[in-house]
Design a protein around this ligand. Structure first.
Ligand code: BDP
Length: 601
Protein backbone atom coordinates (compact mmCIF):
# COMPACT_ATOMS: atom_id res chain seq x y z
CA UNK A 1 0.00 0.00 0.00
CA UNK A 2 1.43 3.35 -1.03
CA UNK A 3 1.92 6.18 1.46
CA UNK A 4 -0.05 9.27 0.42
CA UNK A 5 2.23 11.91 -1.07
CA UNK A 6 1.53 14.88 -3.30
CA UNK A 7 3.07 14.72 -6.75
CA UNK A 8 2.45 16.45 -10.09
CA UNK A 9 -0.74 14.40 -10.35
CA UNK A 10 -1.81 13.99 -6.71
CA UNK A 11 -3.13 16.25 -3.96
CA UNK A 12 -3.10 15.35 -0.26
CA UNK A 13 -5.55 16.96 2.17
CA UNK A 14 -4.83 16.66 5.84
CA UNK A 15 -7.79 16.12 8.20
CA UNK A 16 -5.65 16.32 11.31
CA UNK A 17 -6.64 18.86 13.94
CA UNK A 18 -9.42 19.15 16.49
CA UNK A 19 -12.37 16.80 16.03
CA UNK A 20 -15.65 16.33 17.91
CA UNK A 21 -15.61 13.38 20.30
CA UNK A 22 -17.85 11.38 22.57
CA UNK A 23 -17.92 8.06 24.36
CA UNK A 24 -21.15 6.11 23.89
CA UNK A 25 -22.79 3.35 21.93
CA UNK A 26 -25.96 4.70 20.40
CA UNK A 27 -25.61 7.45 17.82
CA UNK A 28 -27.74 8.40 14.83
CA UNK A 29 -25.04 8.87 12.19
CA UNK A 30 -27.46 10.90 10.08
CA UNK A 31 -27.32 13.68 12.65
CA UNK A 32 -24.27 15.70 13.71
CA UNK A 33 -22.59 14.10 16.72
CA UNK A 34 -24.41 15.42 19.82
CA UNK A 35 -21.33 16.51 21.75
CA UNK A 36 -19.29 19.55 22.66
CA UNK A 37 -16.17 17.53 23.56
CA UNK A 38 -13.00 18.30 21.57
CA UNK A 39 -10.27 15.77 20.74
CA UNK A 40 -7.06 16.26 18.79
CA UNK A 41 -6.16 13.89 15.95
CA UNK A 42 -3.74 12.19 15.61
CA UNK A 43 -3.41 11.14 19.24
CA UNK A 44 -4.87 8.75 21.75
CA UNK A 45 -8.05 10.06 23.33
CA UNK A 46 -7.18 8.70 26.77
CA UNK A 47 -4.92 11.34 28.28
CA UNK A 48 -6.24 14.42 26.47
CA UNK A 49 -9.51 14.84 28.34
CA UNK A 50 -8.92 15.35 32.02
CA UNK A 51 -11.41 12.65 32.84
CA UNK A 52 -10.88 9.25 34.41
CA UNK A 53 -14.07 8.10 32.70
CA UNK A 54 -12.64 8.83 29.26
CA UNK A 55 -9.15 7.61 30.11
CA UNK A 56 -10.29 4.22 31.34
CA UNK A 57 -13.21 3.86 28.91
CA UNK A 58 -13.66 0.39 27.42
CA UNK A 59 -15.93 0.12 24.43
CA UNK A 60 -16.88 2.48 21.65
CA UNK A 61 -16.06 6.14 21.00
CA UNK A 62 -17.14 8.50 18.26
CA UNK A 63 -15.15 11.06 16.33
CA UNK A 64 -16.51 13.59 13.85
CA UNK A 65 -15.11 16.28 11.59
CA UNK A 66 -16.45 18.43 8.77
CA UNK A 67 -14.43 18.90 5.63
CA UNK A 68 -14.82 20.40 2.19
CA UNK A 69 -13.27 19.20 -1.04
CA UNK A 70 -12.35 21.80 -3.64
CA UNK A 71 -14.51 21.58 -6.78
CA UNK A 72 -11.39 21.21 -8.90
CA UNK A 73 -10.86 17.76 -7.39
CA UNK A 74 -14.33 16.35 -7.99
CA UNK A 75 -13.34 14.63 -11.22
CA UNK A 76 -10.37 12.93 -9.58
CA UNK A 77 -10.41 9.67 -7.66
CA UNK A 78 -10.65 10.65 -3.97
CA UNK A 79 -9.43 8.28 -1.29
CA UNK A 80 -9.99 8.63 2.44
CA UNK A 81 -7.08 7.10 4.32
CA UNK A 82 -6.40 6.32 7.96
CA UNK A 83 -2.82 5.71 9.12
CA UNK A 84 -4.46 3.62 11.84
CA UNK A 85 -7.55 3.51 14.04
CA UNK A 86 -7.04 1.58 17.24
CA UNK A 87 -8.37 -1.09 17.35
CA UNK A 88 -11.44 -1.25 15.10
CA UNK A 89 -13.26 1.40 13.09
CA UNK A 90 -16.50 1.98 11.22
CA UNK A 91 -16.38 5.00 8.92
CA UNK A 92 -19.34 7.06 7.67
CA UNK A 93 -19.41 10.00 5.27
CA UNK A 94 -22.55 12.13 5.43
CA UNK A 95 -24.25 9.37 7.42
CA UNK A 96 -23.48 6.64 4.89
CA UNK A 97 -21.31 3.67 5.77
CA UNK A 98 -18.00 3.69 3.85
CA UNK A 99 -15.53 1.22 5.33
CA UNK A 100 -14.78 -0.99 8.33
CA UNK A 101 -11.32 -2.07 9.50
CA UNK A 102 -10.15 -4.26 12.35
CA UNK A 103 -6.57 -4.09 13.63
CA UNK A 104 -5.23 -1.01 15.34
CA UNK A 105 -1.80 -0.49 13.79
CA UNK A 106 -2.09 -0.70 10.02
CA UNK A 107 -3.52 1.73 7.48
CA UNK A 108 -6.75 1.36 5.53
CA UNK A 109 -8.50 3.42 2.91
CA UNK A 110 -11.60 3.71 0.73
CA UNK A 111 -12.70 5.66 -2.33
CA UNK A 112 -15.27 8.21 -1.29
CA UNK A 113 -16.35 10.02 -4.48
CA UNK A 114 -19.88 8.59 -4.38
CA UNK A 115 -20.43 9.84 -0.83
CA UNK A 116 -19.32 13.45 -1.32
CA UNK A 117 -21.41 16.58 -1.73
CA UNK A 118 -20.19 20.05 -2.58
CA UNK A 119 -19.77 22.23 0.48
CA UNK A 120 -19.51 20.74 3.96
CA UNK A 121 -19.20 16.97 4.34
CA UNK A 122 -19.46 15.14 7.62
CA UNK A 123 -16.96 12.40 8.46
CA UNK A 124 -18.04 10.24 11.42
CA UNK A 125 -16.04 7.37 12.87
CA UNK A 126 -16.94 4.85 15.49
CA UNK A 127 -13.83 3.38 17.10
CA UNK A 128 -13.66 0.41 19.43
CA UNK A 129 -10.80 -0.22 21.83
CA UNK A 130 -12.01 -3.70 22.75
CA UNK A 131 -9.64 -6.64 22.67
CA UNK A 132 -10.37 -10.30 23.23
CA UNK A 133 -9.09 -13.79 22.47
CA UNK A 134 -9.53 -13.30 18.71
CA UNK A 135 -7.66 -9.98 18.42
CA UNK A 136 -4.05 -8.83 18.35
CA UNK A 137 -2.96 -7.72 20.84
CA UNK A 138 -4.78 -10.23 23.03
CA UNK A 139 -7.12 -8.96 25.74
CA UNK A 140 -9.26 -10.75 28.32
CA UNK A 141 -12.73 -9.42 27.69
CA UNK A 142 -15.66 -9.44 30.09
CA UNK A 143 -18.92 -7.58 30.44
CA UNK A 144 -21.64 -7.10 33.03
CA UNK A 145 -24.80 -5.01 33.38
CA UNK A 146 -25.14 -2.13 35.81
CA UNK A 147 -28.29 -1.46 37.84
CA UNK A 148 -29.86 0.33 34.84
CA UNK A 149 -29.18 -2.52 32.45
CA UNK A 150 -26.32 -0.71 30.74
CA UNK A 151 -23.51 -2.98 29.55
CA UNK A 152 -20.20 -2.33 31.31
CA UNK A 153 -17.31 -3.66 29.26
CA UNK A 154 -13.88 -4.50 30.53
CA UNK A 155 -10.62 -5.41 28.83
CA UNK A 156 -7.88 -6.83 30.98
CA UNK A 157 -4.81 -6.38 28.80
CA UNK A 158 -2.75 -9.54 28.31
CA UNK A 159 0.30 -7.32 27.81
CA UNK A 160 2.37 -4.72 29.62
CA UNK A 161 1.47 -1.42 27.99
CA UNK A 162 -1.48 0.92 28.37
CA UNK A 163 -4.29 0.20 25.94
CA UNK A 164 -4.19 3.62 24.31
CA UNK A 165 -6.77 4.02 21.56
CA UNK A 166 -8.36 6.37 19.07
CA UNK A 167 -7.23 7.90 15.78
CA UNK A 168 -3.52 7.48 16.39
CA UNK A 169 -2.20 8.37 12.98
CA UNK A 170 -2.99 10.94 10.30
CA UNK A 171 -6.35 10.98 8.55
CA UNK A 172 -6.01 12.16 4.97
CA UNK A 173 -7.87 12.45 1.72
CA UNK A 174 -5.70 12.11 -1.34
CA UNK A 175 -6.53 12.39 -4.99
CA UNK A 176 -5.31 10.38 -7.93
CA UNK A 177 -6.34 10.53 -11.57
CA UNK A 178 -8.93 7.90 -12.59
CA UNK A 179 -6.13 5.86 -14.14
CA UNK A 180 -3.69 5.50 -11.30
CA UNK A 181 -0.66 3.76 -9.86
CA UNK A 182 -2.01 1.47 -7.17
CA UNK A 183 1.09 -0.18 -5.76
CA UNK A 184 4.82 -0.51 -6.36
CA UNK A 185 7.00 -3.42 -5.27
CA UNK A 186 10.74 -2.89 -5.28
CA UNK A 187 13.34 -5.63 -4.90
CA UNK A 188 16.95 -4.46 -5.15
CA UNK A 189 19.16 -7.51 -5.79
CA UNK A 190 22.61 -6.35 -4.81
CA UNK A 191 25.73 -7.94 -6.28
CA UNK A 192 28.37 -6.81 -3.78
CA UNK A 193 31.35 -8.05 -5.77
CA UNK A 194 30.24 -6.33 -8.97
CA UNK A 195 29.10 -3.19 -7.04
CA UNK A 196 25.85 -3.48 -8.92
CA UNK A 197 22.15 -3.71 -8.13
CA UNK A 198 19.49 -5.28 -10.28
CA UNK A 199 16.35 -3.55 -9.23
CA UNK A 200 13.10 -5.32 -9.95
CA UNK A 201 10.13 -2.98 -9.93
CA UNK A 202 6.55 -4.28 -10.24
CA UNK A 203 3.78 -1.78 -10.70
CA UNK A 204 0.11 -2.43 -10.05
CA UNK A 205 -2.26 -0.04 -11.73
CA UNK A 206 -5.94 0.84 -11.54
CA UNK A 207 -7.80 1.90 -14.68
CA UNK A 208 -5.73 1.74 -17.82
CA UNK A 209 -2.44 3.17 -19.10
CA UNK A 210 -0.89 2.81 -22.55
CA UNK A 211 2.50 2.65 -20.95
CA UNK A 212 4.17 2.62 -17.52
CA UNK A 213 7.60 4.20 -17.24
CA UNK A 214 10.00 3.64 -14.35
CA UNK A 215 12.94 5.96 -13.80
CA UNK A 216 15.52 5.33 -11.08
CA UNK A 217 17.00 8.54 -9.69
CA UNK A 218 19.96 8.90 -7.37
CA UNK A 219 20.02 11.27 -4.38
CA UNK A 220 21.07 14.16 -6.62
CA UNK A 221 18.14 13.54 -8.90
CA UNK A 222 20.22 12.12 -11.76
CA UNK A 223 18.66 9.35 -13.80
CA UNK A 224 20.59 6.14 -13.30
CA UNK A 225 18.26 3.76 -15.12
CA UNK A 226 14.99 3.79 -17.01
CA UNK A 227 12.64 1.15 -18.39
CA UNK A 228 9.04 0.75 -19.47
CA UNK A 229 6.52 -1.85 -18.40
CA UNK A 230 4.76 -2.95 -15.22
CA UNK A 231 7.48 -5.53 -14.48
CA UNK A 232 10.89 -4.03 -15.07
CA UNK A 233 14.48 -4.74 -14.21
CA UNK A 234 16.82 -1.79 -13.90
CA UNK A 235 20.54 -2.16 -13.44
CA UNK A 236 22.38 0.30 -11.20
CA UNK A 237 26.14 0.27 -11.78
CA UNK A 238 28.52 1.52 -9.06
CA UNK A 239 25.66 1.18 -6.68
CA UNK A 240 25.61 3.37 -3.60
CA UNK A 241 24.63 1.08 -0.73
CA UNK A 242 22.17 1.82 2.05
CA UNK A 243 24.26 1.15 5.14
CA UNK A 244 23.35 1.21 8.84
CA UNK A 245 23.67 4.83 10.03
CA UNK A 246 24.81 5.77 6.56
CA UNK A 247 21.66 5.79 4.51
CA UNK A 248 21.45 6.33 0.80
CA UNK A 249 18.09 6.38 -0.90
CA UNK A 250 17.28 6.01 -4.56
CA UNK A 251 13.90 7.03 -5.92
CA UNK A 252 11.78 4.96 -8.28
CA UNK A 253 9.71 7.48 -10.21
CA UNK A 254 6.77 5.61 -11.69
CA UNK A 255 4.70 7.28 -14.41
CA UNK A 256 1.50 6.08 -16.03
CA UNK A 257 1.06 7.42 -19.57
CA UNK A 258 -1.92 7.72 -21.84
CA UNK A 259 -1.79 9.12 -25.36
CA UNK A 260 1.80 10.12 -24.75
CA UNK A 261 0.90 12.22 -21.69
CA UNK A 262 1.85 11.42 -18.09
CA UNK A 263 -1.43 10.98 -16.21
CA UNK A 264 -0.24 9.74 -12.83
CA UNK A 265 3.14 9.86 -11.14
CA UNK A 266 4.37 8.46 -7.82
CA UNK A 267 7.84 8.51 -6.28
CA UNK A 268 8.86 5.63 -4.04
CA UNK A 269 12.20 5.72 -2.24
CA UNK A 270 14.25 2.59 -1.66
CA UNK A 271 17.69 1.58 -0.51
CA UNK A 272 20.04 -0.90 -2.12
CA UNK A 273 21.22 -3.26 0.59
CA UNK A 274 21.64 -6.97 1.10
CA UNK A 275 20.51 -8.79 4.23
CA UNK A 276 21.55 -12.39 4.95
CA UNK A 277 21.82 -14.81 7.84
CA UNK A 278 24.81 -17.10 7.49
CA UNK A 279 26.96 -19.22 9.81
CA UNK A 280 25.57 -17.69 12.97
CA UNK A 281 26.02 -14.11 11.73
CA UNK A 282 23.59 -11.41 10.63
CA UNK A 283 25.06 -9.85 7.52
CA UNK A 284 24.22 -6.46 6.07
CA UNK A 285 25.95 -5.88 2.75
CA UNK A 286 28.19 -8.86 3.36
CA UNK A 287 29.51 -7.71 6.74
CA UNK A 288 28.46 -8.97 10.15
CA UNK A 289 26.07 -6.48 11.72
CA UNK A 290 25.84 -5.97 15.49
CA UNK A 291 22.44 -4.70 16.72
CA UNK A 292 22.81 -1.98 19.37
CA UNK A 293 19.59 -0.46 20.51
CA UNK A 294 16.18 -0.83 21.95
CA UNK A 295 12.76 -2.16 22.34
CA UNK A 296 10.56 0.92 22.34
CA UNK A 297 6.98 2.05 22.53
CA UNK A 298 5.00 4.71 20.79
CA UNK A 299 4.29 6.45 24.08
CA UNK A 300 4.47 10.11 24.98
CA UNK A 301 2.81 12.51 27.39
CA UNK A 302 -0.73 13.57 26.44
CA UNK A 303 -0.41 12.13 22.90
CA UNK A 304 -0.39 8.58 24.29
CA UNK A 305 0.29 6.27 21.35
CA UNK A 306 -0.51 9.00 18.80
CA UNK A 307 1.98 10.02 16.15
CA UNK A 308 4.43 12.59 17.46
CA UNK A 309 7.05 13.40 14.88
CA UNK A 310 9.03 15.66 17.18
CA UNK A 311 9.46 12.77 19.62
CA UNK A 312 10.32 10.44 16.73
CA UNK A 313 13.09 12.76 15.54
CA UNK A 314 14.27 13.35 19.10
CA UNK A 315 14.34 9.65 19.97
CA UNK A 316 16.40 8.81 16.91
CA UNK A 317 18.82 11.63 17.71
CA UNK A 318 19.17 10.27 21.25
CA UNK A 319 19.81 6.78 19.87
CA UNK A 320 22.44 8.03 17.47
CA UNK A 321 24.16 10.07 20.15
CA UNK A 322 24.45 6.88 22.18
CA UNK A 323 25.97 4.96 19.29
CA UNK A 324 22.83 2.84 18.87
CA UNK A 325 21.89 1.67 15.40
CA UNK A 326 18.58 -0.16 15.68
CA UNK A 327 15.28 -0.82 17.41
CA UNK A 328 12.38 -3.24 17.32
CA UNK A 329 8.86 -1.93 16.81
CA UNK A 330 7.78 -3.65 20.02
CA UNK A 331 4.90 -4.61 20.21
CA UNK A 332 3.05 -3.47 17.08
CA UNK A 333 3.78 -1.82 13.73
CA UNK A 334 4.87 1.78 14.25
CA UNK A 335 3.71 4.73 12.16
CA UNK A 336 4.60 4.95 8.50
CA UNK A 337 6.20 8.30 9.29
CA UNK A 338 8.62 6.59 11.68
CA UNK A 339 9.51 3.96 9.10
CA UNK A 340 10.24 6.63 6.50
CA UNK A 341 12.39 8.47 9.01
CA UNK A 342 14.39 5.31 9.76
CA UNK A 343 15.00 4.76 6.04
CA UNK A 344 16.40 8.24 5.89
CA UNK A 345 18.44 8.08 9.10
CA UNK A 346 19.93 4.63 8.47
CA UNK A 347 18.30 3.13 11.55
CA UNK A 348 17.92 -0.64 11.32
CA UNK A 349 14.45 -1.89 12.26
CA UNK A 350 13.04 -5.23 13.35
CA UNK A 351 9.42 -4.87 12.30
CA UNK A 352 6.99 -6.54 14.68
CA UNK A 353 3.32 -7.50 14.35
CA UNK A 354 0.92 -6.68 17.22
CA UNK A 355 0.96 -10.35 18.24
CA UNK A 356 1.56 -9.86 21.94
CA UNK A 357 -0.18 -11.57 24.82
CA UNK A 358 -0.28 -14.99 23.17
CA UNK A 359 -0.24 -16.97 26.38
CA UNK A 360 -2.95 -18.34 28.63
CA UNK A 361 -1.06 -17.67 31.83
CA UNK A 362 1.89 -15.39 32.29
CA UNK A 363 4.66 -16.20 34.72
CA UNK A 364 8.39 -15.85 35.15
CA UNK A 365 8.32 -18.93 37.37
CA UNK A 366 10.79 -21.22 35.66
CA UNK A 367 9.97 -24.02 38.10
CA UNK A 368 7.03 -25.15 35.95
CA UNK A 369 9.66 -26.35 33.52
CA UNK A 370 11.18 -28.65 36.06
CA UNK A 371 8.09 -30.78 36.23
CA UNK A 372 9.13 -32.58 33.03
CA UNK A 373 6.85 -33.90 30.31
CA UNK A 374 5.11 -31.84 27.68
CA UNK A 375 3.94 -28.40 28.76
CA UNK A 376 0.32 -27.60 27.97
CA UNK A 377 -0.93 -24.30 29.33
CA UNK A 378 -3.98 -24.22 27.08
CA UNK A 379 -2.89 -21.19 25.06
CA UNK A 380 -3.31 -22.70 21.64
CA UNK A 381 -6.75 -24.09 22.27
CA UNK A 382 -8.03 -21.06 24.17
CA UNK A 383 -6.90 -18.31 21.74
CA UNK A 384 -8.44 -17.88 18.30
CA UNK A 385 -6.02 -15.35 16.82
CA UNK A 386 -4.98 -17.17 13.64
CA UNK A 387 -7.15 -15.09 11.34
CA UNK A 388 -6.08 -11.77 12.88
CA UNK A 389 -2.47 -12.92 12.75
CA UNK A 390 -2.65 -13.78 9.05
CA UNK A 391 -4.36 -10.48 8.30
CA UNK A 392 -1.77 -8.40 10.12
CA UNK A 393 1.16 -10.23 8.52
CA UNK A 394 -0.43 -9.45 5.14
CA UNK A 395 -1.07 -5.81 5.99
CA UNK A 396 2.31 -5.20 7.62
CA UNK A 397 4.32 -6.67 4.77
CA UNK A 398 2.14 -4.93 2.23
CA UNK A 399 2.78 -1.61 3.99
CA UNK A 400 6.49 -1.98 4.79
CA UNK A 401 7.84 -4.23 2.02
CA UNK A 402 9.91 -1.52 0.31
CA UNK A 403 11.56 -0.08 3.42
CA UNK A 404 15.34 -0.33 3.45
CA UNK A 405 15.34 0.03 7.23
CA UNK A 406 13.39 -3.20 7.75
CA UNK A 407 15.86 -6.09 7.98
CA UNK A 408 13.73 -8.68 9.77
CA UNK A 409 10.09 -9.45 10.58
CA UNK A 410 9.14 -10.34 14.13
CA UNK A 411 6.05 -12.52 13.91
CA UNK A 412 5.21 -12.29 17.63
CA UNK A 413 6.43 -11.17 21.03
CA UNK A 414 6.68 -13.72 23.83
CA UNK A 415 4.12 -16.28 22.73
CA UNK A 416 3.69 -19.53 24.68
CA UNK A 417 6.20 -21.22 22.40
CA UNK A 418 6.80 -23.84 25.10
CA UNK A 419 3.22 -25.03 25.05
CA UNK A 420 1.67 -27.88 23.09
CA UNK A 421 0.36 -26.67 19.73
CA UNK A 422 2.70 -23.69 19.36
CA UNK A 423 4.68 -25.09 16.44
CA UNK A 424 1.47 -25.98 14.62
CA UNK A 425 0.19 -22.45 15.22
CA UNK A 426 3.36 -20.68 14.04
CA UNK A 427 4.66 -22.81 11.16
CA UNK A 428 1.99 -21.63 8.68
CA UNK A 429 2.42 -18.00 9.80
CA UNK A 430 6.16 -18.07 9.17
CA UNK A 431 5.49 -19.68 5.80
CA UNK A 432 3.00 -16.93 4.98
CA UNK A 433 5.43 -14.14 5.89
CA UNK A 434 8.21 -15.74 3.86
CA UNK A 435 5.93 -16.16 0.87
CA UNK A 436 4.59 -12.61 1.02
CA UNK A 437 7.84 -10.71 1.52
CA UNK A 438 9.22 -9.83 -1.91
CA UNK A 439 12.64 -9.13 -0.35
CA UNK A 440 12.68 -12.46 1.55
CA UNK A 441 13.96 -10.94 4.77
CA UNK A 442 14.82 -13.13 7.77
CA UNK A 443 11.98 -13.88 10.19
CA UNK A 444 11.94 -14.38 13.92
CA UNK A 445 9.68 -14.35 16.93
CA UNK A 446 10.71 -12.97 20.29
CA UNK A 447 11.21 -15.75 22.81
CA UNK A 448 9.89 -15.49 26.39
CA UNK A 449 12.12 -16.39 29.34
CA UNK A 450 10.16 -19.56 30.10
CA UNK A 451 10.89 -20.95 26.65
CA UNK A 452 14.39 -22.17 27.42
CA UNK A 453 16.32 -24.29 24.89
CA UNK A 454 14.95 -27.43 26.52
CA UNK A 455 11.28 -26.58 26.18
CA UNK A 456 10.86 -24.18 23.29
CA UNK A 457 9.14 -25.77 20.29
CA UNK A 458 9.42 -23.05 17.67
CA UNK A 459 13.09 -22.13 17.29
CA UNK A 460 13.42 -24.31 14.19
CA UNK A 461 11.21 -21.74 12.48
CA UNK A 462 13.40 -18.67 13.07
CA UNK A 463 16.41 -17.28 11.26
CA UNK A 464 17.64 -15.42 14.34
CA UNK A 465 17.12 -16.46 17.96
CA UNK A 466 15.68 -13.37 19.65
CA UNK A 467 15.51 -13.61 23.44
CA UNK A 468 13.83 -11.54 26.16
CA UNK A 469 15.69 -12.30 29.38
CA UNK A 470 15.43 -10.87 32.87
CA UNK A 471 18.06 -12.74 34.93
CA UNK A 472 18.87 -10.38 37.77
CA UNK A 473 15.46 -8.75 37.65
CA UNK A 474 12.39 -11.00 37.67
CA UNK A 475 14.54 -13.91 38.80
CA UNK A 476 17.72 -13.69 40.90
CA UNK A 477 16.54 -10.21 41.85
CA UNK A 478 19.50 -8.26 43.18
CA UNK A 479 21.86 -11.22 42.71
CA UNK A 480 23.87 -10.32 39.65
CA UNK A 481 26.47 -12.97 40.29
CA UNK A 482 24.04 -15.85 39.88
CA UNK A 483 22.27 -13.94 37.10
CA UNK A 484 25.55 -13.78 35.22
CA UNK A 485 26.02 -17.54 35.47
CA UNK A 486 22.46 -18.20 34.31
CA UNK A 487 22.85 -15.80 31.40
CA UNK A 488 26.07 -17.41 30.22
CA UNK A 489 24.77 -20.92 30.67
CA UNK A 490 21.62 -20.30 28.65
CA UNK A 491 23.35 -18.44 25.81
CA UNK A 492 25.92 -21.20 25.46
CA UNK A 493 23.16 -23.76 25.40
CA UNK A 494 21.37 -21.98 22.53
CA UNK A 495 24.60 -21.60 20.62
CA UNK A 496 25.41 -25.26 20.95
CA UNK A 497 21.95 -26.34 19.87
CA UNK A 498 21.74 -23.99 16.89
CA UNK A 499 25.33 -23.21 15.82
CA UNK A 500 24.16 -21.61 12.55
CA UNK A 501 21.58 -19.27 14.02
CA UNK A 502 22.65 -15.85 15.30
CA UNK A 503 21.43 -15.05 18.82
CA UNK A 504 20.42 -11.65 20.13
CA UNK A 505 18.65 -10.12 23.10
CA UNK A 506 15.51 -8.23 22.15
CA UNK A 507 14.76 -7.35 25.79
CA UNK A 508 16.70 -7.20 29.05
CA UNK A 509 16.29 -4.57 31.69
CA UNK A 510 15.57 -3.55 35.25
CA UNK A 511 12.96 -1.13 36.57
CA UNK A 512 14.76 1.99 37.73
CA UNK A 513 13.30 5.01 39.47
CA UNK A 514 15.10 8.09 38.14
CA UNK A 515 16.83 9.85 41.00
CA UNK A 516 16.81 6.83 43.30
CA UNK A 517 20.37 6.06 44.36
CA UNK A 518 21.82 3.39 46.57
CA UNK A 519 25.26 2.87 48.06
CA UNK A 520 24.46 -0.86 48.01
CA UNK A 521 23.31 -0.97 44.42
CA UNK A 522 19.81 -1.99 45.45
CA UNK A 523 17.24 -2.98 42.82
CA UNK A 524 15.32 0.03 41.44
CA UNK A 525 18.33 2.31 41.93
CA UNK A 526 20.23 3.90 39.06
CA UNK A 527 23.33 2.07 40.32
CA UNK A 528 21.61 -1.30 40.01
CA UNK A 529 20.51 -0.55 36.46
CA UNK A 530 24.09 0.21 35.49
CA UNK A 531 25.47 -2.90 37.27
CA UNK A 532 22.82 -5.00 35.55
CA UNK A 533 23.81 -3.75 32.08
CA UNK A 534 27.52 -4.13 32.78
CA UNK A 535 26.98 -7.75 33.81
CA UNK A 536 25.02 -8.52 30.65
CA UNK A 537 27.52 -6.79 28.34
CA UNK A 538 30.31 -8.86 29.78
CA UNK A 539 28.56 -12.12 28.93
CA UNK A 540 27.44 -10.94 25.48
CA UNK A 541 31.03 -10.30 24.48
CA UNK A 542 32.00 -13.87 25.33
CA UNK A 543 29.46 -15.52 22.99
CA UNK A 544 30.64 -15.67 19.35
CA UNK A 545 27.17 -15.97 17.80
CA UNK A 546 25.65 -13.23 19.94
CA UNK A 547 24.87 -10.53 17.37
CA UNK A 548 22.92 -7.88 19.15
CA UNK A 549 21.68 -6.19 22.28
CA UNK A 550 18.36 -4.38 22.22
CA UNK A 551 17.56 -3.42 25.76
CA UNK A 552 14.19 -2.91 27.44
CA UNK A 553 13.20 -0.11 27.26
CA UNK A 554 14.24 3.06 25.52
CA UNK A 555 12.03 5.14 27.83
CA UNK A 556 9.67 4.67 30.77
CA UNK A 557 6.15 4.07 29.50
CA UNK A 558 2.53 3.80 30.62
CA UNK A 559 0.95 0.48 31.50
CA UNK A 560 -2.29 -0.71 33.02
CA UNK A 561 -2.62 -0.46 36.79
CA UNK A 562 -0.83 -3.15 38.75
CA UNK A 563 1.17 -3.58 41.91
CA UNK A 564 4.35 -4.17 39.86
CA UNK A 565 3.98 -0.81 38.08
CA UNK A 566 4.34 2.69 39.53
CA UNK A 567 2.95 5.12 36.97
CA UNK A 568 3.91 2.54 34.41
CA UNK A 569 6.99 0.55 33.53
CA UNK A 570 10.25 2.10 34.72
CA UNK A 571 12.74 0.06 32.71
CA UNK A 572 13.49 3.04 30.50
CA UNK A 573 17.09 4.14 30.29
CA UNK A 574 15.45 7.49 29.64
CA UNK A 575 12.47 8.74 31.61
CA UNK A 576 9.23 9.27 29.76
CA UNK A 577 10.35 12.89 29.30
CA UNK A 578 13.55 11.53 27.69
CA UNK A 579 15.85 12.60 30.51
CA UNK A 580 18.78 10.16 30.71
CA UNK A 581 19.20 7.88 33.71
CA UNK A 582 22.75 7.27 34.89
CA UNK A 583 23.28 4.14 32.77
CA UNK A 584 23.07 6.13 29.53
CA UNK A 585 26.68 7.25 30.00
CA UNK A 586 27.93 3.69 30.35
CA UNK A 587 25.94 2.40 27.38
CA UNK A 588 26.90 5.38 25.20
CA UNK A 589 30.55 4.66 25.81
CA UNK A 590 30.15 0.97 25.12
CA UNK A 591 28.07 1.42 21.98
CA UNK A 592 30.17 4.18 20.51
CA UNK A 593 33.15 1.82 20.80
CA UNK A 594 31.42 -1.14 19.15
CA UNK A 595 31.47 -0.86 15.35
CA UNK A 596 28.16 -1.39 13.56
CA UNK A 597 29.75 -3.78 11.09
CA UNK A 598 32.48 -6.33 11.70
CA UNK A 599 32.33 -6.37 15.54
CA UNK A 600 32.12 -10.15 15.67
CA UNK A 601 33.65 -11.40 12.48
C1 BDP B 1 8.31 -8.63 28.67
C2 BDP B 1 7.41 -7.99 27.65
C3 BDP B 1 7.35 -6.47 27.74
C4 BDP B 1 7.32 -6.04 29.18
C5 BDP B 1 8.59 -6.51 29.86
C6 BDP B 1 8.66 -6.07 31.31
O1 BDP B 1 7.75 -8.38 26.33
O2 BDP B 1 6.23 -5.99 27.04
O3 BDP B 1 7.13 -4.66 29.33
O4 BDP B 1 8.64 -7.92 29.82
O5 BDP B 1 8.21 -6.82 32.17
O6 BDP B 1 7.63 -9.70 29.19
O7 BDP B 1 9.12 -4.98 31.58
Amino acid sequence: MLYPISTDSRVVMDLNGVWKFMIDNEVDVNQPLPTGESMAVPASFNDQAVSAEIRQHCGYVWYEKEFTVAKALFNERLVLRFGSATHEAWVYVNGKFVVHHKGGFTPFEAEINEFLVSGANRLTIRVSNLLDHTTLPVGNYSEKKDENGKIIRKVDENFDFFNYAGLHRPVKIYSTPLNYIDDIVIVPNVDLAAKKADVQVSVKTGGHFDEVRVTILDEQGNTVAQATGTEINAAIENVHLWQPLNAYLYTAKVEGLKNGEVEDVYQEQFGARKVEVKNGKFLINGESFYFKGFGKHEDTFVHGRGLDEAYNVHDIKLMKTMGANSFRTSHYPYSEEMMRLCDQEGIVVIDETPAVGLFASFTFDLSILEKGGEIEDGTWTKLRTTEAHQQVIRELIDRDKNHACVVMWSIANEPASYSKGSYEYFAPLFALARELDPQKRPCTFVNIMLATPKVDKCTDLVDVIALNRYYGWYVQTGDLKTAEEKTRQELLEWQEMYPDKPIMYTEYGADTVAGFHSAFGEPFSEEYQEDYYRMNSKVFDEIPNFVGEQLWNFADFQTKYGIMRVQGNKKGIFTRAREPKMVVRYLSKRWNEIPNLGYKK
